[in-house]
Design a protein around this ligand. Structure first.
Ligand SMILES: C[S@@+](CC[C@H](N)C(=O)[O-])C[C@H]1O[C@@H](n2cnc3c(N)ncnc32)[C@H](O)[C@@H]1O
Length: 462
């Protein structure tokens, strides 16, 4: 990036571009922490003003990094400042973290990281912040160079999780919690799902190699290839024509558990944005899938994904948690037939996919977990009577918390006389009192929970 002529605000063109990038990153983080916005939504809003894709990529890298390592950055800042900033200066505080993150973790030259972060303060309309940021960032840089001193405020713990969630994970997974939190703070791999209805995994790996991309097969999921480095989907051979999709390895474990014969009626409850719907149809040709989701907006990418892959399903918007507990939902369009198979991939705390969505660490509250578990229980109770006797339900979450996983299953089995666990005889994950858990990072996969239930034959249907 070369500096050119003076631009608005007295900044050279190069500095202006650098300042715009830092500003977009700081405002993205401020929207997540101050307004409770989802990171991907905030990124789109603040990133679209930048025309160069490299600048948008840098905004993304910085915003993800700041949210991943927030406690560490807060620790540094606290060790360098005499007074904390006022809540109304959250934007300046975010800019400080943006500067610290660049100095701590990125290969941006230190002088550029400092001067462009400082220049950004003027764009915020807070000129006082320029000298403040300059002093703090230069102090950090100096202390960092004299590493012997240790970094100011460097936290003792290795993970960067909120305390409440760290405690819950330590309670649930005493031996694995530290490791899984560290895994959750790493960059996730980009994993592909080869469309095995069209070609073999090996054949697709050869197509990747032909364009200079390398990937390794994942033993646990027969269609999965893990790329050595992430790329834009447009660089994937045959993406537009449906040879391949992007889906984490653990998410690819669900479809195989269903075992749906041709003609089987399958309910994919909570289906959007449709990764698993498409995988069911690729894996079980001839299955008749009804894909339901509460969100009409999220059903749009599901429809587009199926069209890209040349697949079709009945797609319906409905609230599966509505109605009185135990009442059959006979008036709902999705409930017009008994189902042989059901996939319930329910809304959850998403604690297993924090490496892909670091904002979850700061958006989730401890008080969210019980209501989420209650919704999961309501959806289970609502759909269960529509499972054909002898039929099978696969329960999935991307949560690491027992309340949403095996405890949910135990409670359901206790209150549902015609439900039985069907144990999973698989070579992945770890056994829970009911079902199995993949912990984040295990075999390179996201954190997911799976259980399988059958409805005893002879049970009455609505
Ligand atoms: C974990 S995501 C599903 C991911 C999807 N199965 C896939 O593989 O792409 C959970 C989904 O549940 C939907 N959802 C949340 N509450 C719901 C409800 N009450 N009824 C139906 N769907 C609901 C959300 O809109 C969200 O799309």
């Amino acid at each position: 990036m070369s500096d050119g002529a003076d631009g608005p605000g007295g900044l050279t063109a190069g500095k202006q571009r650098g300042a715009e990038t830092r500003l977009a990153a700081a405002l993205t983080v401020a929207d997540v922490l101050g307004k409770g916005r989802a990171l991907d939504v905030a990124l789109v809003q603040h990133g679209t003003r930048l025309t160069d894709p490299r600048d948008r990529a840098l905004v993304q890298e910085i915003a993800y990094g700041v949210l991943r390592f927030l406690p560490r950055l807060r620790g540094y800042a606290a060790g360098l400042m005499v007074h904390g900033l006022k809540p109304r200066d959250l934007d300046v505080e975010c800019l400080l973290w943006v500067g610290l993150y660049q100095l701590d973790a990125l290969r941006v030259p230190a002088h550029a990281a400092v001067s462009q972060t400082v220049a950004t303060a003027r764009w915020l309309g807070k000129p006082w912040a320029a000298s403040f940021l300059n002093a703090v960032l230069r102090n950090f840089q100096r202390r960092r160079q004299q590493r012997l001193e240790g970094l100011p405020g460097e936290p003792a713990t290795h993970h960067c999780f909120p305390e409440w969630l760290a405690k819950r994970l330590q309670y649930a997974w005493p031996e694995d919690a530290e490791c899984l939190m560290q895994e959750s703070d790493r960059h996730p791999p980009m994993t592909l799902r080869v469309n095995l209805a069209r070609l073999t995994r090996r054949a697709y790996a050869e197509q990747l190699a032909a364009v200079g991309l390398t990937a390794r097969p994942l033993a646990q999921a027969p269609a999965a290839l893990v790329l050595d480095r992430p790329v834009d989907v447009t660089a994937l051979p045959g993406f537009a024509t449906g040879l391949v999709s992007v889906q984490d390895g653990a998410a690819q474990l669900a479809a195989a558990l269903l075992g749906a014969r041709p003609g089987a009626q399958v309910l994919d409850a909570c289906a959007a944005p449709g990764g698993k719907t498409a995988h069911i149809l690729e894996s079980w040709p001839g299955a008749e899938v009804t894909a339901v989701d509460l969100s009409r907006e999220r059903l749009q990418p599901l429809r587009e994904g199926l069209a890209r892959l040349g697949l079709s399903a009945r797609v319906l918007a409905a609230d599966l948690a509505a109605g009185r507990p135990g009442d059959p939902a006979t008036a709902d369009p999705w409930a017009d037939r008994p189902y042989d198979r059901m996939l319930l991939d329910l809304p959850c705390s998403a604690t297993g996919v924090i490496r892909r969505h670091p904002d979850i660490k700061w958006l989730r509250r401890p008080t969210d977990i019980a209501p989420l578990a209650a919704t999961q229980g309501r959806i289970l109770d609502r759909v269960w009577p529509h499972l054909r006797p002898g039929g099978m339900l696969v329960y999935v979450t991307c949560s690491l918390l027992p309340e949403e996983n095996h405890e949910q299953m135990l409670a359901f089995l206790q209150r549902t006389p015609d439900a039985r666990e069907q144990p999973l005889e698989v070579a992945w994950g770890r056994a829970c009192p009911v079902g199995r858990q993949v912990l984040t990072g295990e075999d390179g996969m996201d954190g997911f929970y799976f259980a399988r239930l059958t409805r005893t034959a002879g049970a009455a249907s609505p």
